[in-house]
Design a protein around this ligand. Sequence first.
Ligand SMILES: Cc1cc2nc3c(=O)[nH]c(=O)nc-3n(C[C@H](O)[C@H](O)[C@H](O)COP(=O)(O)O)c2cc1C
Length: 328
Amino acid sequence: MVNLKTTYLGVELNSPIVVAASSISSYIERVQMAESAGAGALVVRSLFEEQIALDQLHMEQALSVGAESFAEATSYFPNIEHGGASEHLMWIEKTRKATSMPIFASLNAVSLDVWATYARQLESSGVNGLEINYYSVPTDPDKPASAIEKTMFDVIEAVRQAVSIPIAVKLSQFYTAPANLAQELEKRGVNAIVMFNRFLQPDIDPDAEALINEMVLSTPAELKLPLRWTALLYGRTKMEIAVNTGIHTGRDVIKALLAGATVAQIAATLLKNGIPYLSTMILDIQNWMAEKGYSSLDEFRGKLSQKNCEDLFGFERAQYVKLLTEKR
Ligand SMILES: Cc1cc2nc3c(=O)[nH]c(=O)nc-3n(C[C@H](O)[C@H](O)[C@H](O)COP(=O)(O)O)c2cc1C
């Protein structure tokens, strides 16, 4: 009998499949369905600083400000489904009561004091860990990469000081030196890295000559980048690695584990195929393990990481040169 149990962020999970921060967490029945289908844990969609600002506006409105100024202010945040921070915290508590799998919160803020204050509030909602959804678009030409990373480290330090639960950092794909960045995060007490976040990019409609901002789900081809960086970092950091973006099937989860992932986070495949599809993914992993004679994840986790792989250069430059110079 194969055993899919693993530990992640200090808790035991029944399987290595974690439901990524997404709209799935906005419906209790979907969360319960994911749990019965075999999900190991859930990341609740992020609490955004804009929601926190809305809560503060609510409070000011109650104290003195006229009703019309609140309606105006909500239009400052056109892309956020409005619901303040307190509503978010209550939702987490409700979700926790309705499920028995571990639950992680996610926070996306801007100012340091908001990061620290709301990290603390999320911790007090009883979650098992906190995912830092760090997102900035580095458009300032006067700000070098080192300054951008310093701003990020300030946030990590503030959150690490504020809470004692395990923390994970969800990384952007766009860092100059991901290996060094990982090392710096580890030094600051980060327990896991999620590789990688997937940012929505606007498209362009040539007919309308306008921008298109719509939700386009990931494709399996997007898994290669997280897979590569997981394989490169596995065994070289004490932090756990959650692979994210482009995991659509049970075989994709197996690939992530072979590269060295502790867990695989998924959203798109559940939104596309329906939540019960998670049980097919679990079955595919179990069947593959049985076929290969594995009874636990540890027996093959990281087997194809750069550290353990016979093809030492498979993830590095040499392979690139070889492929490009081959005659076709
Ligand atoms: C509808 C939707 C909502 C999302 N909301 C969040 C969020 O609140 N916070 C976050 O960090 N990521 C959010 N994400 C990103 C996912 O957590 C994940 O990183 C991304 O979808 C890539 O994984 P996938 O390829 O399995 O979809 C969202 C994704 C979707 C599709």
